[in-house]
Write a protein that binds this ligand. Structure first.
Ligand SMILES: Cc1cc2nc3c(=O)[nH]c(=O)nc-3n(C[C@H](O)[C@H](O)[C@H](O)COP(=O)(O)OP(=O)(O)OC[C@H]3O[C@@H](n4cnc5c(N)ncnc54)[C@H](O)[C@@H]3O)c2cc1C
Length: 399
């Protein structure tokens, strides 16, 4: 008999890393992960860029900054230990216009504060040594930024949980969460299971699942689809490592970038288009329920009032390959619409406050015996093992 049972809603990388951390760190505790899909990591974890971020962008002292740097160290070691792909192919954050140099400098200072290893500024000539086909005027080079296979890592985490005597219950959409004497009852239709504590890691559904648990209404989740193009196989040689723009500080997204994948393909993307369904991987997928929820939330209108111009630009890129590739061509001149085919898409769970602010940092809080992850956008895959440590520390009140 287990001393205690901990339930986790969501078998994405955050829920599974957390389940694994509990199973390994607290023998005698049984872990049960509830997942609505028939396999793990079907949503954000299975639809991302596969980049292990080094910690360049994040506000020093924020959860994102601290947990990313720690997360990289844990993930690198785990991948080595389990022979999972982890390749330090390096990244250039590249300025293509003079007016970006100030922002690039700010980013450099931020990255230094975050102790990003081996980061340095590189000149136009040095860019050419690293990426002969790139077109920047100056850049930051992060040689330790890596690529990996997050779904494979998530599957390995799930195996660690079951090997330790826990369970990953697939096809179990949580529809009810009720406080009962001595614990919490988790329901899926007519099925019921009592746990001692519950951790919510529901990604795109994190606000609706939090509502089931009587947590506060805000922040709400706004789904942003990120669409990718794929370089044609005879053009992949044009890119050696990761090539990113200097991001626009008004947005939590990093801008369309060139991303070699561990399978040898090279993606261009993702853009950031407001999705009309939370799990809307196609432009045509519309969920009336999700749309009504968006329309009824004052934060959506405030966000739209502030960012409608960018929104229109992103939609244009979504509809036209030429428009999509226009900016990308500044980073690797010579690459245009004829060099790519449409690839897949992911949907980001982006938390939005009532005042229209896109929540930047990770948000995790406690409601009695329940811990709710309310915002875990990029780089939460990179940071997943450190997020797990953080949650376990909070749940069990460790020093
Ligand atoms: C396009 C894109 C690119 C990205 N690129 C990167 C990157 O390069 N590097 C990086 O570090 N991060 C990246 N991210 C972010 C990263 O993928 C996410 O931060 C991370 O995967 C979040 O994991 P999660 O477990 O919180 O969410 P998810 O992976 O979305 O998992 C949540 C799970 O909860 C389940 N669930 C929801 N509701 C219920 C319910 N009622 N009952 C049971 N189960 C439920 C869902 O089915 C899902 O499996 C990217 C994200 C996107 C979308």
């Amino acid at each position: 008999m287990a001393d205690e049972t901990i339930g986790i809603v969501g078998a994405g990388i955050v829920g599974l890393a957390t389940g694994r951390e509990i199973a390994l760190r607290r023998p005698g505790t049984r872990v049960v992960v509830f997942e609505k899909e028939r396999q793990v990591s079907l949503h954000q974890t299975g639809h991302n860029s596969g980049v292990v971020h080094a910690g360049i962008y994040y506000t020093p002292g924020s959860l994102k900054a601290n947990l990313t740097v720690r997360g990289v160290a844990l993930l690198r070691e785990y991948c080595q230990d389990r022979a999972l792909p982890y390749r330090e192919i390096g990244k250039l954050v590249m300025a293509v216009r003079q007016d970006e140099l100030g922002r690039m400098e700010n980013l450099y200072e931020r990255a230094r504060n975050n102790h990003v290893p081996d980061l340095r500024k590189v000149s136009k000539d040095e860019i050419k040594d690293l990426e002969p086909n790139a077109g920047g005027i100056a850049a930051l080079h992060s040689p330790r930024t890596a690529i990996t296979d997050y779904p494979a890592i998530a599957r390995e985490f799930a195996k660690d949980i079951t090997d330790a005597g826990g369970e990953v219950k697939l096809g179990f959409p949580v529809t009810g969460i009720t406080n009962v004497p001595g614990g919490i009852e988790v329901a899926s239709g007519q099925q019921r299971l009592k746990v001692d504590r519950l951790i919510l890691c529901a990604g795109l559904q994190s606000d609706s699942v939090a509502r089931l648990a009587q947590d506060k209404q805000e922040p709400r989740i706004i789904p942003f689809r990120g669409e990718y193009m794929l370089l044609k196989p005879d053009r992949t040689h044009l890119v050696r490592g990761l090539i990113y723009p200097v991001p626009d500080p008004r947005y939590p997204f990093l801008g369309v970038h060139f991303t070699p994948r561990v399978d040898g393909t090279v993606e261009v993307g993702p853009n950031a288009v407001l999705a009309l369904a939370r799990e809307g991987y196609k432009l045509t997928k519309v969920s009336p329920k999700d749309l009504l929820g968006l329309a009824a939330y004052p934060g959506s209108w405030r966000m739209a009032a502030q960012h409608w111009r960018t929104g229109i630009k992103e939609y244009r890129g979504s509809l036209s390959t030429t428009a999509f590739m226009k900016d990308a061509g500044l980073y690797v001149p010579g690459v245009g619409a004829g060099d790519v085919v449409r690839g897949g898409a992911g949907v980001r769970a982006q938390a939005l406050d009532r005042d229209g602010t896109l929540v930047d940092d990770f948000r995790i809080h406690q409601v009695g015996r329940i811990t709710a992850v309310r915002n875990a956008p990029s780089p939460a895959a990179t940071a997943s093992m450190a997020i797990a440590e953080h949650i376990v520390g909070a749940v069990f009140d460790e020093a």
